[in-house]
Design a protein around this ligand. Structure first.
Ligand code: DAH
Length: 339
């Protein structure tokens, strides 16, 4: 009888210890307790056997009961401690983990280009001014001496509102607004958005940015224009850039010139960007037409000046080797994050 009892007690203990070894949760541990030392557990169920144990063996049987209970109780305690500390570890903050970086916004490449250009011209004494994108015909065309038949006035090329106003097609309109307000000398640049009814492609957009320059004083010449653009180009591209002028026509300048920069990629040797010419067409420019000076109430015998205008995106595209103008307005963060 004693043998039988001891062997059953041992089996219960061994199973309980093995189960506790694998216990993952509080509930696993409670279950082991309930089916062993609990009130309706296996050990409790063995107690009636004590009655059948011969008196000389009772002491040994009692000690065996105790030993097994103690072993299981100790194992229960150890298992509880283990699960409690691993739960705490799971919920604790790991201060050694790298932090999550907040997504910081950044300036759009066009804004960056505007700021760079303004900073360079500012160092040459030009003040940045702005004008409205919603313009009237006077500032965008008439005062700039654009003949009534000029193709750019056509509804095919310009966005008109029903009240006769328009989305400006060129920042040149700001020349007029500035001269109407201020007396010479004037030295301004004006970056801003322009609109044209173009079919968008890699080099044309329905909207794009220009930067306009105007310098009016008593003694301004084409040589000043050339120096100004040369200085600007070399600063902006960070290398020596030559400027070449070719005769051209704009209603608001006389004479008018097209300004080319020596190729910023090959330095003028010839490459596929400059189509092997060594030159890039960048700016329209010229000496302000006396008619324009008269239109704003200046006396062309007293003052004169130069003006220029060029596309901002084109400049940024050359500097950053971007091959499609549409990337600037797609708002694809994979593109924007590179600047
Ligand atoms: N407004 C001209 C354009 O959009 C560019 C331009 C040419 C501006 C000559 C000027 C200038 O100020 O003198 O094509």
């Amino acid at each position: 009888m004693l043998e039988e009892l001891l062997s059953q007690l041992n089996t219960i203990r061994d199973e309980a210890l093995a189960a506790l070894e694998n216990a993952k949760t509080e509930a696993d541990i409670e279950a082991v307790k309930n089916r062993t030392i609990g009130r309706s557990g296996a050990i409790t169920a063995l107690s009636p056997m004590m009655g059948k144990i011969p008196p000389e063996n009772k002491k040994q049987a009692g000690m065996a009961f105790n030993e097994v209970k103690v072993a299981i109780t100790t194992a229960l305690e150890a298992a509880r401690e283990k699960t409690a500390s691993s739960a705490a570890a799971a919920s604790a903050i790991d201060v050694t983990m790298p932090g999550r970086r907040p997504h910081a916004g950044r300036k759009h490449p066009v804004s960056q280009t505007i700021e760079e250009c303004c900073a360079i011209f500012r160092r040459m004494g030009f003040v940045a001014v702005s004008g409205p994108e919603l313009e009237d015909i006077w500032h965008n065309f008439d005062a700039l001496n654009a003949p009534l038949s000029h193709p750019s006035r056509d509804v095919k090329d310009t966005f008109y509102l029903s009240d006769g106003r328009l989305l400006r097609t060129q920042t040149s309109a700001v020349q007029i607004r500035t001269m109407e307000k201020e007396k010479p000398p004037i030295r301004i640049i004006s970056p801003g958005r322009c609109y044209r009814r173009d079919t968008p492609d890699a080099t044309h957009g329905v909207h794009f940015h220009q930067i306009e320059g105007l310098y009016i004083d008593t003694d301004v010449s084409l040589a000043d224009l050339k120096t100004t653009l040369m200085t600007f180009a070399s600063e902006y591209f960070g290398r020596e850039i030559a400027v070449r002028m070719r005769p051209s026509f704009f209603p608001f300048t006389e004479p008018s010139v097209e300004c080319d920069f020596s190729c910023v990629m090959c330095g003028g040797k010839g490459c596929n960007v400059c189509k092997n010419s060594g030159w890039l067409e960048i700016a329209g420019a010229g000496m302000v037409n006396p008619k324009v000076l008269e239109n704003v109430g200046y006396d062309p015998k007293e003052v004169r000046g130069f003006a220029f205008g060029f596309g901002l995106e084109r400049l940024a595209m050359l500097k950053h080797r971007i091959n499609d103008l549409r990337l600037f307005s797609d708002n694809d963060v994979r593109f924007l994050y590179q600047f």
